[in-house]
Design a protein around this ligand. Structure first.
Ligand code: AHR
Length: 514
C-alpha cells in the first residue's frame, strides 16, 4: 500500500472510531488480591429511600388498612414486603427528602381518623392525610428486616420536636413520649439508630449556608439523646466547601455521618425521556453517574484531613438517575420507567461505593417504589421489579463482606471523542470464603474480553449470573414483567487461578469463585 493510501485509510478509521462505528480491541484485565482485604463493605451501602412523594408511600408501600383488593398486612402490600426481603434491604430512609422538612411526626401517630391533614407543598400540592406515620413505618421496617433511618425536620420544625421523636421511638422507661407510644399500641421501643439532621439544608431544607447549618446541627444533635448515628445534611454533588465546613466546625463526638447527594441527570432543564433516549443521552447519563467516583474521592480527601481515622462516615443518602416523568403523569410525582441504562448506573455506582468502603458506609438509592430510579413499580394490584432491582439483588452478595483490592485496566467506551472506562468492577470475600466479583460493561456496542488474575488463595470453580437485554432502552412493563431478569452465566472459564470471560455490551455479571 502506498503511503498516501495508508494515510487515507488511517484517517477513515480514525473518523469511524471517533464516530463510534468502529471500536478498538476491547480487552480488560483485572488483578484481585484475594488475601489482602482490609475493609468491610457495609451492608448499609445497599440502602433505600422512601419519601411521601407521588406514589412511593401511598399506592407503593401503603394501600390503606381497609383495602380488600390488594393483599396487605396493616395496609402495607405483602408483595412489596416479600420483594424487599429478597432484596436484603439493610436500611430505609423516611419520610423524605424535601418532604421531611415539612413533616411534623406528631400528626402521624394516634387514631387515624383524628390525624390532621397537611399539604405536600414540595410534591404535587396533594393533601397528605398522615395515615402512614411513625408506627406504620417502623413496624414495616421490622417486617422487611431493614434498619429505619429517620430524617428529622430541621427546616420547619423545632429542636424539641426532634428530641421528642427520639424519646418516642427509643425510650424504654417512663416519660411523656414513651407513655404516649405505649398508649398508641407499642410497648417496646424500636431503638432507631440512624437519624438525619435535616435534608438538603442548602436548598429545600432551609436555604442555609454551610456555616449557619453547622451551628444548627450542633444545637439539634445536642438534644438527640442515646447512642445514635447522626447524619448531617450533606453537600450537593461537588460542593466541597460544604463538607469542609461541616468537618471543621462540628465536633466529631456529635457527628457520625456526613451526607452527599448526587443524581445522574443530563440537564436539570431538559432531563430527557426515561425510555426513548439516544446513545448520546445514554453516554451523558453514564458520564454523570461516573462523576460519583470523583465526588466520593474528593469529599473523602476533605474528610481525611479532619478525620484521618475515618470515624465519620460518608453517607450518599440520595443517588440515582433522574429523567422526565412518564407522559401523562403528574410532574410533581417523579414517576419514571427503568431501563438497562438504569441497570448500568446501579452496577457502576455500587462498584464505586464498594471500592470506597473505607469511607462510604451508607447509601440510599432514590427511591424505592414508583419514584425516580425505583426498584419496584406498582399499578393498583400489579407489581413489577425493575432492572435496577435485579442489579441490587445480584450485588447483595457483597453486603458485609470484605472488600478485596482490585487493579483494573479497562478499554474506553468512546462516543463523539468523549470517553469513559467501559468496564467497572469490585470484589469481596464473604465469611464462608466465597469470592464475588461484580462486573459492568457500559459500552453500548462492544463486548469486552476480561481476564481476571487472582492472587493468594487457590480457586477450583466459577459460576455466575448475568443481566442483559437486546436493547438499551428495554424495560420491564406490567404486560411483560419478566422481560429483563438475571440468568445463569456459564461462559466464565477458570484455569490456573485466572478467569476469562466475555461480557456482552451493556450488561452486568456477578461471578462467584470457590
Ligand atoms: O428524591 C427527590 C428529591 O430530591 C428529594 O426530596 C430531595 O432531597 C432531592 O432534591
Amino acid at each position: 500500500m502506498k503511503r498516501h493510501q495508508q494515510q487515507f485509510f488511517a484517517t477513515i478509521f480514525t473518523l469511524l472510531f471517533f464516530s463510534g462505528l468502529v471500536n478498538a480491541q476491547s480487552k480488560a484485565s483485572i488483578i484481585i488480591h484475594t488475601q489482602e482485604g482490609q475493609h468491610t463493605i457495609s451492608r448499609h451501602i445497599y440502602g433505600h429511600f422512601a419519601e411521601h412523594l407521588g406514589r412511593c408511600i401511598y399506592g407503593g408501600f401503603y394501600v390503606g388498612d381497609n383495602n380488600t383488593k390488594i393483599k396487605n398486612t396493616n395496609g402495607v402490600r405483602n408483595d412489596v414486603i416479600d420483594a424487599l426481603i429478597k432484596l436484603k434491604v439493610p436500611n430505609l430512609r423516611w419520610p423524605g427528602g424535601c418532604f421531611a422538612d415539612t413533616y411534623h411526626w406528631k400528626d402521624g401517630v394516634g387514631p387515624k381518623e383524628k390525624r390532621p391533614t397537611i399539604v405536600n407543598t414540595w410534591w404535587g400540592g396533594v393533601t397528605e392525610d398522615n395515615s402512614f406515620g411513625t408506627h406504620d413505618f417502623l413496624d414495616m421496617c421490622e417486617r422487611i428486616g431493614a434498619e429505619p433511618y429517620l430524617s428529622a425536620n430541621v427546616g420547619s420544625g423545632t429542636v424539641q420536636e426532634v428530641a421528642d421523636w427520639v424519646q418516642y421511638t427509643n425510650f424504654d422507661g417512663v416519660s411523656p413520649m414513651s407513655d404516649w407510644r405505649r398508649a398508641n399500641g407499642r410497648e417496646k421501643p424500636w431503638n432507631v439508630k440512624y437519624w438525619g439532621v435535616g435534608n438538603e439544608t442548602w436548598g429545600c431544607g432551609g436555604n442555609m449556608t454551610a456555616e449557619y447549618y453547622a451551628n444548627i446541627y450542633r444545637q439539634y444533635a445536642t438534644f438527640m439523646n442515646g447512642k445514635l448515628f447522626r447524619i448531617a445534611s450533606g453537600a450537593n454533588s461537588g460542593d466541597y466547601h460544604w463538607t469542609e465546613v461541616l468537618m471543621r466546625d462540628i465536633p466529631h463526638w456529635m457527628l457520625e455521618g456526613v451526607a452527599l447527594h448526587h443524581y445522574s441527570v443530563i440537564d436539570w432543564n431538559k432531563k430527557g425521556s426515561a425510555t426513548a433516549f439516544s446513545e448520546k443521552e445514554y453516554f451523558t447519563t453514564l458520564q454523570r453517574a461516573w462523576k460519583m467516583e470523583e465526588l466520593v474521592t474528593r469529599h473523602s480527601i476533605i474528610m481525611d484531613k479532619y478525620d484521618p481515622q475515618k470515624k465519620v462516615a460518608l453517607v450518599v443518602d440520595e443517588w440515582g438517575g433522574w429523567y422526565d416523568v412518564e407522559p401523562g403523569t403528574n410532574p410533581g410525582f417523579l414517576f419514571q420507567q427503568n431501563t438497562m441504562r438504569d441497570a448500568m448506573i446501579a452496577g457502576m455506582t455500587l462498584n464505586i461505593f464498594n471500592n470506597h468502603a473505607d469511607r462510604v458506609k451508607m447509601a440510599n438509592l432514590a427511591q424505592t417504589i414508583n419514584v425516580l430510579q425505583a426498584v419496584i413499580l406498582t399499578d393498583e394490584e400489579k407489581m413489577i421489579l425493575t432492572p435496577t432491582y435485579h442489579v441490587m439483588e445480584m450485588y447483595n452478595v457483597h453486603q458485609d463482606a470484605t472488600l478485596l483490592p482490585i487493579r483494573l485496566q479497562s478499554p474506553d467506551y468512546t462516543l463523539e471523542q468523549e470517553k469513559l472506562p467501559a468496564v467497572s468492577a469490585s470484589a469481596s470475600v464473604n465469611a464462608s470464603g466465597l469470592v464475588h466479583i461484580s462486573l459492568v460493561n457500559i459500552d453500548a456496542r462492544s463486548a469486552q474480553e476480561i481476564t481476571i488474575d487472582l492472587t493468594g488463595k487457590k480457586f477450583s470453580a466459577v459460576s455466575g449470573r448475568i443481566l442483559q437485554s437486546a436493547k438499551l432502552q428495554d424495560f420491564n412493563s406490567f404486560d411483560k414483567p419478566d422481560r429483563i431478569q438475571p440468568r445463569i452465566f456459564s461462559e466464565a472459564r477458570l484455569k490456573d487461578n485466572t478467569v476469562t470471560l466475555k461480557i456482552p455490551p451493556f450488561s452486568v455479571v456477578v461471578l462467584e469463585l470457590r
